[in-house]
Design a protein around this ligand. Structure first.
Ligand SMILES: [Zn+2]
Length: 348
Protein backbone atom coordinates (compact mmCIF):
# COMPACT_ATOMS: atom_id res chain seq x y z
CA UNK A 1 0.00 0.00 0.00
CA UNK A 2 1.26 3.48 -0.73
CA UNK A 3 2.26 5.84 2.04
CA UNK A 4 -0.48 8.43 1.72
CA UNK A 5 0.66 10.29 4.85
CA UNK A 6 3.81 11.43 3.11
CA UNK A 7 1.86 12.93 0.27
CA UNK A 8 0.32 15.62 2.36
CA UNK A 9 2.98 16.03 5.03
CA UNK A 10 4.79 19.24 5.66
CA UNK A 11 7.65 17.95 7.83
CA UNK A 12 8.88 14.63 9.34
CA UNK A 13 7.22 15.54 12.66
CA UNK A 14 3.95 16.07 10.83
CA UNK A 15 4.33 12.67 9.23
CA UNK A 16 4.67 10.93 12.62
CA UNK A 17 1.76 12.90 14.04
CA UNK A 18 -0.46 12.24 11.06
CA UNK A 19 0.38 8.55 11.11
CA UNK A 20 -0.44 8.30 14.82
CA UNK A 21 -3.74 10.09 14.26
CA UNK A 22 -4.50 7.88 11.27
CA UNK A 23 -3.78 4.67 13.23
CA UNK A 24 -5.95 5.78 16.17
CA UNK A 25 -8.69 6.78 13.71
CA UNK A 26 -8.47 3.45 11.91
CA UNK A 27 -8.62 1.40 15.13
CA UNK A 28 -11.57 3.48 16.36
CA UNK A 29 -13.28 3.13 12.99
CA UNK A 30 -12.87 -0.65 13.03
CA UNK A 31 -14.22 -0.90 16.59
CA UNK A 32 -17.13 1.43 15.86
CA UNK A 33 -18.01 -0.26 12.59
CA UNK A 34 -17.88 -3.71 14.25
CA UNK A 35 -20.33 -2.46 16.87
CA UNK A 36 -22.56 -0.79 14.27
CA UNK A 37 -22.53 -3.87 12.04
CA UNK A 38 -23.79 -5.97 14.92
CA UNK A 39 -26.91 -3.79 15.04
CA UNK A 40 -27.26 -3.18 11.30
CA UNK A 41 -30.29 -4.54 9.50
CA UNK A 42 -30.61 -7.32 6.97
CA UNK A 43 -31.27 -5.76 3.60
CA UNK A 44 -31.48 -8.65 1.15
CA UNK A 45 -35.07 -8.92 -0.10
CA UNK A 46 -36.79 -11.87 1.55
CA UNK A 47 -38.53 -12.86 -1.64
CA UNK A 48 -36.79 -13.52 -4.90
CA UNK A 49 -36.89 -10.38 -7.07
CA UNK A 50 -39.42 -10.66 -9.87
CA UNK A 51 -37.95 -11.01 -13.37
CA UNK A 52 -37.86 -7.83 -15.47
CA UNK A 53 -38.70 -8.08 -19.15
CA UNK A 54 -37.87 -5.03 -21.22
CA UNK A 55 -40.08 -3.97 -24.09
CA UNK A 56 -37.65 -1.24 -25.25
CA UNK A 57 -34.02 -0.35 -24.65
CA UNK A 58 -35.02 2.82 -22.85
CA UNK A 59 -35.45 6.47 -23.82
CA UNK A 60 -31.68 6.86 -24.31
CA UNK A 61 -31.49 3.78 -26.59
CA UNK A 62 -29.02 1.43 -24.99
CA UNK A 63 -27.01 -0.69 -27.41
CA UNK A 64 -26.29 -4.14 -25.91
CA UNK A 65 -23.57 -4.77 -28.49
CA UNK A 66 -21.46 -1.74 -27.59
CA UNK A 67 -22.60 -1.39 -23.95
CA UNK A 68 -23.36 2.29 -24.66
CA UNK A 69 -26.36 4.56 -24.98
CA UNK A 70 -26.91 6.34 -28.30
CA UNK A 71 -24.64 9.21 -29.31
CA UNK A 72 -21.32 10.70 -28.32
CA UNK A 73 -20.65 10.91 -24.57
CA UNK A 74 -21.88 14.52 -24.22
CA UNK A 75 -25.04 13.62 -26.16
CA UNK A 76 -25.57 10.65 -23.89
CA UNK A 77 -25.29 12.93 -20.85
CA UNK A 78 -27.97 15.25 -22.30
CA UNK A 79 -30.32 12.29 -22.47
CA UNK A 80 -29.28 10.57 -19.26
CA UNK A 81 -29.36 13.64 -16.98
CA UNK A 82 -33.04 14.40 -17.41
CA UNK A 83 -35.43 14.38 -14.50
CA UNK A 84 -38.98 13.20 -13.92
CA UNK A 85 -41.80 15.72 -14.22
CA UNK A 86 -44.45 16.20 -11.53
CA UNK A 87 -46.81 14.19 -13.76
CA UNK A 88 -44.57 11.14 -13.52
CA UNK A 89 -43.25 11.50 -17.05
CA UNK A 90 -39.65 11.87 -18.08
CA UNK A 91 -38.65 15.49 -18.64
CA UNK A 92 -37.28 16.67 -21.98
CA UNK A 93 -33.76 15.91 -23.09
CA UNK A 94 -31.43 18.66 -21.80
CA UNK A 95 -30.50 21.32 -24.36
CA UNK A 96 -27.02 21.72 -22.93
CA UNK A 97 -24.83 20.76 -20.01
CA UNK A 98 -22.23 23.06 -18.40
CA UNK A 99 -18.88 23.13 -20.25
CA UNK A 100 -17.21 21.59 -17.18
CA UNK A 101 -19.14 18.42 -17.89
CA UNK A 102 -19.42 18.65 -21.68
CA UNK A 103 -15.66 18.82 -22.12
CA UNK A 104 -14.98 15.95 -19.73
CA UNK A 105 -17.51 13.15 -20.18
CA UNK A 106 -16.06 10.15 -21.94
CA UNK A 107 -12.62 11.81 -22.31
CA UNK A 108 -9.36 10.52 -20.91
CA UNK A 109 -7.72 13.95 -20.67
CA UNK A 110 -7.69 16.35 -17.72
CA UNK A 111 -7.94 13.67 -15.05
CA UNK A 112 -6.30 14.60 -11.75
CA UNK A 113 -3.11 12.84 -10.67
CA UNK A 114 -3.69 9.97 -8.28
CA UNK A 115 -1.08 11.27 -5.81
CA UNK A 116 -2.76 14.68 -5.54
CA UNK A 117 -6.19 13.13 -5.14
CA UNK A 118 -4.81 10.80 -2.45
CA UNK A 119 -3.30 13.77 -0.60
CA UNK A 120 -6.68 15.51 -0.63
CA UNK A 121 -8.36 12.34 0.66
CA UNK A 122 -5.90 12.36 3.58
CA UNK A 123 -6.92 15.92 4.38
CA UNK A 124 -10.62 15.08 4.15
CA UNK A 125 -10.24 12.03 6.42
CA UNK A 126 -11.39 9.72 3.63
CA UNK A 127 -8.11 7.99 2.98
CA UNK A 128 -8.99 4.46 4.09
CA UNK A 129 -12.09 3.97 1.99
CA UNK A 130 -10.83 5.45 -1.25
CA UNK A 131 -7.10 6.19 -1.51
CA UNK A 132 -5.66 2.64 -1.46
CA UNK A 133 -7.87 1.72 -4.43
CA UNK A 134 -6.95 4.73 -6.60
CA UNK A 135 -4.26 2.66 -8.32
CA UNK A 136 -6.63 -0.20 -9.07
CA UNK A 137 -8.76 -0.16 -12.20
CA UNK A 138 -12.50 -0.03 -11.85
CA UNK A 139 -14.38 -3.24 -12.48
CA UNK A 140 -15.71 -4.35 -15.83
CA UNK A 141 -19.12 -5.24 -17.14
CA UNK A 142 -20.33 -8.86 -17.42
CA UNK A 143 -19.75 -9.18 -13.69
CA UNK A 144 -16.10 -8.17 -13.99
CA UNK A 145 -15.18 -10.12 -17.12
CA UNK A 146 -11.60 -9.03 -18.11
CA UNK A 147 -12.65 -8.76 -21.78
CA UNK A 148 -15.70 -6.56 -21.08
CA UNK A 149 -15.68 -2.72 -21.06
CA UNK A 150 -15.00 -0.89 -17.81
CA UNK A 151 -17.71 0.95 -15.91
CA UNK A 152 -18.87 3.90 -18.01
CA UNK A 153 -21.75 5.48 -16.13
CA UNK A 154 -22.08 7.05 -12.70
CA UNK A 155 -25.75 6.74 -11.80
CA UNK A 156 -27.07 9.36 -9.41
CA UNK A 157 -29.95 8.41 -7.10
CA UNK A 158 -31.71 9.98 -4.17
CA UNK A 159 -32.71 7.80 -1.25
CA UNK A 160 -36.31 9.14 -1.24
CA UNK A 161 -36.27 8.49 2.49
CA UNK A 162 -37.25 9.03 5.15
CA UNK A 163 -40.78 9.70 3.90
CA UNK A 164 -42.60 12.26 6.04
CA UNK A 165 -45.96 11.48 4.43
CA UNK A 166 -48.36 14.39 4.93
CA UNK A 167 -46.18 16.01 7.58
CA UNK A 168 -44.00 18.99 6.65
CA UNK A 169 -40.24 18.59 6.34
CA UNK A 170 -38.33 19.44 9.55
CA UNK A 171 -36.81 22.93 9.69
CA UNK A 172 -33.22 22.01 8.88
CA UNK A 173 -33.07 18.84 6.86
CA UNK A 174 -29.35 19.25 6.17
CA UNK A 175 -28.54 18.95 9.88
CA UNK A 176 -31.38 16.71 11.01
CA UNK A 177 -29.77 13.73 12.77
CA UNK A 178 -32.34 11.12 11.92
CA UNK A 179 -32.62 12.09 8.24
CA UNK A 180 -28.86 12.05 7.86
CA UNK A 181 -28.22 8.87 9.83
CA UNK A 182 -26.14 6.75 7.44
CA UNK A 183 -26.75 3.67 9.61
CA UNK A 184 -30.18 3.47 7.98
CA UNK A 185 -28.36 2.30 4.86
CA UNK A 186 -25.82 0.03 6.52
CA UNK A 187 -26.50 -3.69 6.10
CA UNK A 188 -25.00 -6.58 8.00
CA UNK A 189 -25.57 -8.89 5.03
CA UNK A 190 -23.63 -6.71 2.53
CA UNK A 191 -26.75 -5.59 0.63
CA UNK A 192 -26.18 -1.83 0.91
CA UNK A 193 -28.26 -0.05 -1.74
CA UNK A 194 -25.40 1.61 -3.66
CA UNK A 195 -21.64 1.90 -3.93
CA UNK A 196 -21.65 5.17 -1.99
CA UNK A 197 -24.33 6.87 0.09
CA UNK A 198 -23.84 10.59 0.86
CA UNK A 199 -25.77 12.41 3.58
CA UNK A 200 -26.69 16.09 3.56
CA UNK A 201 -23.79 16.97 5.84
CA UNK A 202 -21.27 15.43 3.44
CA UNK A 203 -20.58 12.22 5.38
CA UNK A 204 -20.23 9.15 3.18
CA UNK A 205 -20.89 5.46 3.62
CA UNK A 206 -19.00 3.15 1.30
CA UNK A 207 -21.61 0.46 0.67
CA UNK A 208 -19.54 -1.39 -1.91
CA UNK A 209 -15.98 -0.75 -2.98
CA UNK A 210 -16.11 0.90 -6.43
CA UNK A 211 -14.51 -2.19 -7.94
CA UNK A 212 -17.31 -4.43 -6.67
CA UNK A 213 -20.07 -5.17 -9.17
CA UNK A 214 -23.40 -4.03 -7.75
CA UNK A 215 -26.75 -3.50 -9.42
CA UNK A 216 -29.22 -0.86 -8.21
CA UNK A 217 -31.60 -0.43 -11.15
CA UNK A 218 -34.30 -2.53 -12.71
CA UNK A 219 -32.77 -2.02 -16.17
CA UNK A 220 -29.57 -3.78 -15.08
CA UNK A 221 -31.54 -6.74 -13.80
CA UNK A 222 -33.57 -7.24 -16.98
CA UNK A 223 -33.65 -10.88 -17.98
CA UNK A 224 -32.35 -10.18 -21.46
CA UNK A 225 -29.03 -8.95 -20.07
CA UNK A 226 -28.34 -11.70 -17.51
CA UNK A 227 -25.27 -10.40 -15.66
CA UNK A 228 -23.92 -8.59 -18.75
CA UNK A 229 -24.52 -5.11 -17.30
CA UNK A 230 -23.26 -5.84 -13.82
CA UNK A 231 -20.60 -3.17 -13.10
CA UNK A 232 -21.19 -1.10 -16.23
CA UNK A 233 -22.85 1.32 -13.81
CA UNK A 234 -21.59 2.72 -10.51
CA UNK A 235 -24.26 3.93 -8.10
CA UNK A 236 -24.33 6.88 -5.71
CA UNK A 237 -27.27 7.57 -3.42
CA UNK A 238 -27.78 11.10 -2.07
CA UNK A 239 -29.93 11.36 1.04
CA UNK A 240 -33.13 13.24 0.29
CA UNK A 241 -36.26 13.04 2.44
CA UNK A 242 -39.63 12.96 0.71
CA UNK A 243 -43.28 13.76 1.41
CA UNK A 244 -46.52 12.48 -0.06
CA UNK A 245 -48.28 14.36 -2.80
CA UNK A 246 -51.98 14.84 -1.95
CA UNK A 247 -54.31 12.99 -4.27
CA UNK A 248 -52.07 10.00 -4.75
CA UNK A 249 -51.64 6.81 -2.75
CA UNK A 250 -51.23 7.32 0.99
CA UNK A 251 -47.60 6.22 1.08
CA UNK A 252 -46.42 7.92 -2.09
CA UNK A 253 -43.09 9.76 -1.89
CA UNK A 254 -43.54 12.13 -4.83
CA UNK A 255 -42.63 15.43 -3.12
CA UNK A 256 -38.96 16.36 -2.71
CA UNK A 257 -37.48 19.36 -0.91
CA UNK A 258 -36.22 22.43 -2.75
CA UNK A 259 -33.32 22.73 -3.15
CA UNK A 260 -33.01 19.00 -3.58
CA UNK A 261 -29.51 18.62 -2.15
CA UNK A 262 -27.00 20.48 -0.02
CA UNK A 263 -23.88 22.11 -1.41
CA UNK A 264 -21.57 19.64 0.30
CA UNK A 265 -23.53 16.72 -1.17
CA UNK A 266 -22.62 18.05 -4.63
CA UNK A 267 -19.01 18.48 -3.47
CA UNK A 268 -18.79 14.90 -2.25
CA UNK A 269 -20.53 13.60 -5.36
CA UNK A 270 -17.94 15.47 -7.45
CA UNK A 271 -15.21 13.80 -5.38
CA UNK A 272 -16.66 10.31 -5.96
CA UNK A 273 -17.05 11.17 -9.65
CA UNK A 274 -13.38 12.12 -9.82
CA UNK A 275 -12.20 9.05 -7.92
CA UNK A 276 -14.24 6.73 -10.15
CA UNK A 277 -13.12 8.50 -13.33
CA UNK A 278 -9.44 8.35 -12.37
CA UNK A 279 -9.78 4.62 -11.78
CA UNK A 280 -11.65 4.13 -15.05
CA UNK A 281 -9.03 6.15 -16.95
CA UNK A 282 -11.72 8.38 -18.41
CA UNK A 283 -14.43 10.67 -17.15
CA UNK A 284 -17.58 8.67 -16.53
CA UNK A 285 -20.89 9.81 -17.93
CA UNK A 286 -23.26 10.95 -15.17
CA UNK A 287 -26.77 9.56 -15.46
CA UNK A 288 -30.00 9.76 -13.49
CA UNK A 289 -31.70 6.60 -12.32
CA UNK A 290 -35.06 7.78 -13.66
CA UNK A 291 -33.70 8.26 -17.20
CA UNK A 292 -32.53 4.65 -17.35
CA UNK A 293 -35.42 2.90 -15.62
CA UNK A 294 -38.14 5.07 -17.14
CA UNK A 295 -40.89 2.99 -18.70
CA UNK A 296 -40.06 -0.09 -16.64
CA UNK A 297 -42.82 -1.08 -14.27
CA UNK A 298 -41.81 -0.10 -10.73
CA UNK A 299 -39.06 2.27 -11.91
CA UNK A 300 -38.42 5.21 -9.57
CA UNK A 301 -38.37 8.98 -10.10
CA UNK A 302 -34.98 9.81 -8.61
CA UNK A 303 -33.07 12.02 -8.30
CA UNK A 304 -35.51 14.90 -7.87
CA UNK A 305 -34.52 18.58 -7.92
CA UNK A 306 -30.94 17.79 -8.91
CA UNK A 307 -29.05 20.90 -10.02
CA UNK A 308 -26.68 19.96 -12.86
CA UNK A 309 -25.06 23.43 -12.67
CA UNK A 310 -24.31 23.00 -8.96
CA UNK A 311 -22.73 19.61 -9.65
CA UNK A 312 -20.57 21.09 -12.43
CA UNK A 313 -19.58 23.95 -10.06
CA UNK A 314 -18.44 21.41 -7.47
CA UNK A 315 -16.33 19.58 -10.07
CA UNK A 316 -14.73 22.87 -11.07
CA UNK A 317 -13.98 23.88 -7.47
CA UNK A 318 -12.52 20.48 -6.71
CA UNK A 319 -10.38 20.63 -9.82
CA UNK A 320 -9.05 24.08 -8.81
CA UNK A 321 -8.34 22.82 -5.32
CA UNK A 322 -6.34 19.90 -6.68
CA UNK A 323 -4.31 22.23 -8.91
CA UNK A 324 -3.50 24.43 -5.89
CA UNK A 325 -2.65 21.33 -3.89
CA UNK A 326 -0.28 20.07 -6.53
CA UNK A 327 1.44 23.46 -6.69
CA UNK A 328 1.78 23.61 -2.89
CA UNK A 329 3.29 20.11 -2.74
CA UNK A 330 5.70 21.00 -5.58
CA UNK A 331 6.79 24.16 -3.72
CA UNK A 332 7.33 22.25 -0.48
CA UNK A 333 9.39 19.65 -2.30
CA UNK A 334 11.85 22.41 -3.13
CA UNK A 335 12.41 23.16 0.58
CA UNK A 336 15.26 21.03 2.10
CA UNK A 337 14.36 18.50 4.88
CA UNK A 338 13.55 20.17 8.19
CA UNK A 339 12.47 23.30 6.39
CA UNK A 340 15.95 24.91 6.70
CA UNK A 341 16.57 27.08 3.73
CA UNK A 342 20.23 27.54 2.88
CA UNK A 343 21.36 31.07 3.56
CA UNK A 344 23.48 32.87 1.06
CA UNK A 345 25.99 35.40 2.25
CA UNK A 346 25.18 38.95 1.54
CA UNK A 347 27.52 40.39 -0.96
CA UNK A 348 28.36 44.02 -1.16
ZN1 LIG B 1 -32.63 5.26 -7.59
Amino acid sequence: MRDFGLLAARSPRDVVKRRAIAVVALVSAVLVSATIDAFAQRCQPRRKLSPIRLTTLGPCEFNPETFKFAGEPDQQALCLMRSATSRRNLGPRLKSIPPTLATRVGQSTGLPERETLAALLVELGLVWDYAPFLWQPISRARDNDPTAPQARYLVIHDTSSPNFGRRPFPANIDRHRSINNLNRYRCRDGWEPAHVIINRGGAMLLGHELGEPWRAMRFERATRFGTELKELFLHVELIQPRRSRPGRGRHNDALAPTPGFSEIQYDRLALVYMIASVRAGRWLIPAFHVAIDFGIRGGHDDPQNFDVGAFAGSIERLDNRLVQYRQAVATEAEVPPGGIVAQTEDKD
